[in-house]
Design a protein around this ligand. Structure first.
Ligand code: SF4
Length: 144
């Protein structure tokens, strides 16, 4: 049924020459229907990329965590990866000065708690909001 609905949406998009905004956590659906992907965390856009770039070279730690958490068919008795912690509640988010992902981020820097990073253009149509890429490139370990 899901495949049929996605096919109808794709057909209508072509016939009517219109854009479709699809909101989902399903990476398979994203791969199937999207041209561009926008990742949001706690109400903020944290990454934007063409769909091929999104899967090939995710930049933001939250995006990387989402992709790492997808179960693989070759997994046997392995624990599924999960991003530690939970999304902060509205009051907690309101009180946060810095990056809203900092309590859950494996790469957090002292600066991350103090100041919210703005979206930066990383080239290839990709943008991200993360202090790891302050120099426009990001440290090698952040790209793994
Ligand atoms: S800004 Fe800091 S805490 Fe936020 S995702 Fe980047 S490294 Fe992690």
């Amino acid at each position: 049924i899901q495949a049929q609905i996605l096919d109808i949406l794709k057909r209508l998009r072509q016939e009517r020459n219109m854009a479709v905004m699809f909101i989902t956590h399903d990476m398979g659906v994203i791969a199937d229907v999207s041209d561009r992907v926008i990742v949001m965390y706690a109400g903020n856009v944290v990454e934007e990329a063409p769909v091929t770039q999104f899967f090939k070279n995710p930049l933001h730690p939250y995006t990387k965590g989402l992709l790492k958490a997808i179960p693989r068919p070759d997994m046997k008795n392995e624990r599924l990866y999960m991003i530690k912690g939970t999304v902060p509640g509205p009051e907690e988010q309101y009180a946060m000065k810095g990056c809203k992902f900092c309590d859950r981020c494996e790469h957090a820097l002292p600066k991350c708690r103090e100041e919210r990073p703005a979206m930066k253009d990383m080239g290839n149509g990709q943008k991200t909001a993360c202090w790891l890429y302050d120099d426009g490139k990001g440290p090698a370990k952040a790209r793994q």
